[in-house]
Design a protein around this ligand. Structure first.
Ligand SMILES: Cc1cc2nc3c(=O)[nH]c(=O)nc-3n(C[C@H](O)[C@H](O)[C@H](O)COP(=O)(O)O)c2cc1C
Length: 388
């Protein structure tokens, strides 16, 4: 693998595109329908300006924070993502990279690697669940994660089973058997480095979900698990409060956009929410996340921890999110591009890009700690916010 330093997330994305088979790259790019939410997640950050200071700068800057019961070295951690046929080590490589950079790992229940393997390499692992299956099965899943060493639970509530994208969805096989391999061989041959990585590891891309069933039971395929999830009646707020009561540690709801939902999350007794629209992969037409953050932070920021995810591509994006009320942010595609470009080292590289960028933004804004960031650091154009 190339050992070269990757200087921006955009460069990591270009490398990922070159390296991955087209259908894998396109599955990571995701976004739904018109892609307007995906686009606005990024565009909204670009609309925000920064107010620089030129003298009296701090010699060193404190980026560390505490979120979901964990001390982390800087306010960026890994958002859970499923189906990582990106690299043979998958989530284990991501978790190692996060640990090496002193930060936490969110592991999807649709991940390709078992929670036991992931928590073993990163003690700051949060296990992400969906409302999927029976209540007994959900509790069993969380108990399994606890036994494996997970220190927090994230429930993601914003999935809407949306169908289709205007630019076309990649076809994902049910499982990687000989027939599927023959179908996808032409794409693999065009991307020999990706294929070689899997061949060297003696693996084929895994399309099963090993964290859905108790250990020892066969893992369902991704589509079997997805079908089960679709058939599960959606939860009420009482259900969410019940699930929260089944986990005696930090608990986050991911996917909150609206102020009234944020207040209900407080009532449900959660530790944190992530203001998020699933990276624009669901209900297309929801505003860019950073536009919705200020109203939510103003409403409940004193009651629970506010995290944000969606559209983070540089350190100054992190500074902007913190200035508007987030305690920390999570990243999705940014680390997936790093993983695709250069495995664990690529994820470390992306985390370093964000850390250095945040440090540089703090320097430019004249602060010595991320805790000093406030809306006064930003130039916020009229009509920027979406208070919903
Ligand atoms: C390929 C892909 C798979 C994802 N899978 C999950 C998942 O399994 N669970 C989840 O809570 N969020 C999932 N997400 C959403 C991310 O956790 C996160 O909310 C989103 O990627 C943030 O936006 P960003 O990619 O712009 O950083 C996924 C996102 C992508 C791009």
């Amino acid at each position: 693998m190339a050992q070269k330093w990757i200087e921006t997330v955009a460069e990591a994305q270009r490398l990922a595109k070159k390296r991955l088979p087209k259908s894998v790259y396109s599955a990571l790019l995701a976004g739904s329908e018109r892609g307007s939410t995906l686009d606005d997640n990024l565009a909204a950050f670009a609309e925000l300006g920064l107010r620089p200071a030129v003298a009296g700068h701090a010699v060193s800057r404190d980026l560390s924070t505490h979120v979901m019961g964990q001390d982390i070295s800087f306010p960026v951690f890994i958002s859970p993502t499923g189906v990582q046929a990106v690299n043979p080590e998958g989530e284990v490589a991501v978790a190692r990279a996060a640990a090496a950079r002193g930060t936490a790992m969110g592991l999807s229940s649709f991940a390709s690697r078992a929670v036991e393997d992931v928590a073993a390499v990163n003690p700051q692992t949060f296990f992400q669940v969906y409302w999927l299956g029976t209540k007994e099965e959900m509790v069993a899943r969380m108990n399994r994660a606890k036994a494996a060493g997970a220190v927090g639970v994230i429930i993601t509530l914003d999935w809407s089973f949306s169908y289709g994208r205007d630019w076309g969805s990649p076809s994902i096989p049910e499982k990687m058997d000989l027939k599927a391999m023959a179908t996808f061989a032409p794409e693999g041959i065009l991307r020999p480095k990706w294929l070689i990585e899997f061949a060297k590891a003696g693996k084929i891309p895994d399309l099963t979900a090993p964290n859905i069933n108790p250990p020892g039971q066969p893992a369902p395929t991704f589509f079997q698990a997805y079908g089960l999830w679709q058939q599960t009646p959606p939860p009420s707020w009482d259900d969410i409060a019940w699930l929260r009561s089944q986990w005696d540690g930090p608990f986050m709801i991911k996917g909150v956009s609206r102020v009234d939902d944020a207040k209900r999350a407080v009532d449900a007794g959660v530790t944190a929410i992530s203001v998020s629209n699933h990276g624009g992969n669901n209900l297309d037409g929801t505003p860019g996340v950073i536009r919705m953050l200020p109203a939510v932070a103003e409403a409940v920021g004193n009651d629970i921890e506010i995290v944000m995810d969606g559209g983070i591509r540089r350190g100054s994006d992190v500074a902007k999110a913190l200035a508007l009320g987030a305690k920390a942010v999570m990243i999705g595609r940014a680390y997936l591009w790093g993983l695709a470009a250069n495995g664990q080292a690529g994820v470390e590289n992306v985390l370093d890009i964000l850390r250095m960028g945040l440090d540089s933004a703090l320097l430019g804004l004249g602060h010595s700690s991320i805790k000093e960031l406030s809306p006064d650091d930003l130039i916020i154009p009229e009509g920027f916010r979406r208070d919903i």
